[in-house]
Structure formats: structure tokens, C-alpha cells
Design a protein around this ligand. Structure first.
Ligand SMILES: [Zn+2]
Length: 140
């Protein structure tokens, strides 16, 4: 099997793959990017925490223009995970059409190979795909 590396350090490859947030030990705020201080309370200590792999679509946009080599259109969304953590990611397996996407639609984490280098190492990215065909609204 090809060697795989995640494209971001908060994506942890495994079976199943998961996302981990850096969590402030003082107030519990979670951040996907690297922080020196907590944006909520100014705390300096963080620990890694696994976040749920399922959530709902909070908002989305359909992107028609992107960097050269990036296929368009695609759906960029903000997903609110089951613990309330929000993550920006592309939606996978849906038509890039507003009629195909519903706010509150349930989604789950999915990974895909974004690129393969000359040595065969695969860069693995993540997105979210609809659960149950995307039907059903959240109770939230
Ligand atoms: Zn904090």
C-alpha cells in the first residue's frame, strides 16, 4: 500500500480517520490551527482532542473560481460537528448545486487522495459527505 500523509496536521489517518483539535485546557475552546494563546481566554496550554466525525452543514458556498489546477465548481462548507466544533471543508459526493444541499444536512468525515508525488506518496485530504443520502434535518 502506498505511503500516505495527511495534508493538514489535524487530520489523523487511520481506520477510521479522525480530526483532532487543539483544545485550551483552561476554557475548552478548540482550534484547528496552531495557537500560541487561546483566542477566547488567553490560556497558553493546549491538548489534542478527537472531535466527532459527524455533524451538519451550517453554511456553504459553491466555488466557481479557484487556483489553476483545482477543478471547479465545488462546494465549500462550514460543518458543525456533533460536539459543536466548526470546521471548514469541502462537501464530497454532492452536486455543486444549491438545490442538492440543505442547511442542517447530516454529513460525515471522508478522506480522499488529493495528490500523489513521484515516489508514490499520497497526500490525503478530507471533506464531508452526506449521511443517509443527505436527507433529514438536524433537530438543532
Ligand atoms: Zn481558553
Amino acid at each position: 500500500m502506498a505511503k500516505q500523509v495527511p495534508i493538514v496536521d489535524y487530520l489523523v489517518l487511520g481506520d477510521p480517520p479522525r480530526l483532532e483539535v487543539s483544545t485550551c485546557t483552561a476554557c475548552g475552546a478548540g482550534f484547528f490551527d496552531r495557537r500560541i494563546r487561546c483566542g477566547r481566554c488567553g490560556g497558553r496550554d493546549f491538548e489534542r482532542r478527537v472531535v466527532p466525525a459527524t455533524g451538519i452543514v451550517r453554511t456553504f458556498t459553491i466555488v466557481h473560481r479557484a487556483a489553476p489546477g483545482t477543478p471547479t465548481p465545488y462546494v465549500s462548507a462550514v460543518v458543525e460537528l456533533d460536539d459543536g466544533t466548526r470546521v471548514k471543508a469541502n462537501l464530497l459526493g454532492v452536486e455543486p448545486d444549491p438545490k442538492a444541499i440543505t442547511l442542517g444536512m447530516k454529513v460525515e468525515l471522508a478522506t480522499f487522495v488529493a495528490e500523489t508525488d513521484d515516489e508514490g506518496t499520497e497526500a490525503v485530504a478530507f471533506g464531508f459527505r452526506p449521511l443517509n443520502g443527505g436527507k433529514g434535518f438536524s433537530d438543532a
